[in-house]
Design a protein around this ligand. Structure first.
Ligand code: APR
Length: 324
């Protein structure tokens, strides 16, 4: 048996796709092929990245294509095809346009990369992952969405800034759907084991003020994607979503058994059956290997249920529109 280098297919070579290609190359995760419907663009972008190989010291192939056949044999497929949010536009507004695109993408992944693990980034995330699973018919451990890693990283970043500590020591997790109902888990947030709530109370010497500051960070986390959209004017966040998906891809390719919040299929866990929603999972060589169930208190469970209901509405819309 000959060993072979992993192959990573990127469907969508836009803003996120470009950073995904560069990060995959820099970390030598495997050979990269970037597909886009726009002629020549993925070829140009990947040529540009490949020509930095000597300087950056990576030795993997980075190619662009307009032909799905070139994704054949891919181990991981990361999907960003679709339109990004425009200012003032909700993720849900994107539903119809992106569902059509994802359906075609899924059919091609099924045909050309039937053994791959698929990470979806396209919004509205929870709905697009569901559609990807439905159309490919892949088992649930091989189809997942990226949202929680990014939302959690945003939450951790705000906590680090507020407390003046290294972000490397902050652990914070966000569950639920990737929308305004997401659930930043305040009670579990900690700085190297020290509860963030306690640290805030010590900083301000006042429980009410500490709660106010935490609430503001939670709100900022929920609206963080929109904050970037409003500043960029055109397009949405792309560096941080790409980094987050690469962390997931690396966890799978290197069988790292990372515990990460991922948009995963629930089969009864958290009291949810037959729905994709953001929860902590063990991510390793077999994709989503296990959903990690945390004990939520009543308030957290209510917020989680609210978030699940928002995802259910999206799925109902998809059914009404004939996509599911
Ligand atoms: N097949 C393949 N690629 C497509 C298709 C299609 N049918 N339709 C559009 N694309 C490509 C576009 O040509 C573009 O290059 O998808 C790419 C999307 O890139 P950007 O517009 O730059 O969007 P990006 O910022 O990368 O975000 C992609 O991720 O976070 C989500 O909301 C975001 O849904 C959006 C997605």
């Amino acid at each position: 048996m000959a060993f072979k280098r992993p192959k990573i297919a990127l469907i969508g070579g836009g803003q996120i796709g470009g950073v995904l290609a560069q990060l995959s190359a820099l970390r030598e995760l495997g050979d990269v092929v970037m597909y886009d419907i726009v002629e020549d663009m993925p070829q140009g972008k990947t040529l540009d990245i490949a020509e930095a190989s000597r300087v950056d010291g990576f030795d993997v192939k980075v190619n662009g294509t307009n032909d799905y056949k070139d994704i054949e044999g891919s181990d991981i497929v990361i999907v960003t095809a679709g339109l990004p949010r425009k200012p003032g536009m909700s993720r849900d507004d994107l539903l119809t346009t992106n569902a059509k695109i994802i359906k075609t993408v899924a059919e091609n992944i099924k045909q050309y990369a039937p053994d791959s693990y698929v990470i979806v980034i396209s919004n509205p995330l929870d709905a697009m992952v569901t559609l990807m699973k439905e159309v490919t018919g892949f088992p649930a451990n091989r189809v997942m969405g990226q949202a929680g890693v990014l939302d959690s990283s945003r939450f951790a970043t705000f906590i680090a800034w507020e407390l003046g500590v290294s972000v490397k020591d902050v652990n914070a997790m966000v569950l639920g759907g990737h929308g305004d109902t997401m659930v930043p888990l305040v009670r579990y947030a900690n700085v190297n084991g020290c509860p963030v709530v306690e640290l805030l109370e010590k900083k301000y010497g006042d429980k009410a003020k500490a709660k106010e500051v935490m609430d503001a960070m939670v709100e900022r986390t929920k609206k963080a994607g929109g904050e970037v959209v409003a500043l960029l004017k055109t397009g949405s966040a792309f560096y941080s979503p790409a980094s987050s998906a690469i962390q997931m891809a690396e966890a799978i390719l290197r069988d790292q058994k990372r515990v990460l919040p991922v948009c995963a299929y629930l089969d009864g866990e958290y009291g949810v059956k037959d729905f994709y929603v953001g929860v902590p999972v063990i991510l390793g060589g077999n994709g989503v290997e296990k959903v990690v169930e945390l004990d939520l208190n009543d308030e957290e469970q209510a917020m989680f249920d609210n978030s699940v209901n928002a995802v259910k509405k999206l799925i109902d819309d998809m059914k009404r529109l004939g996509f599911l």
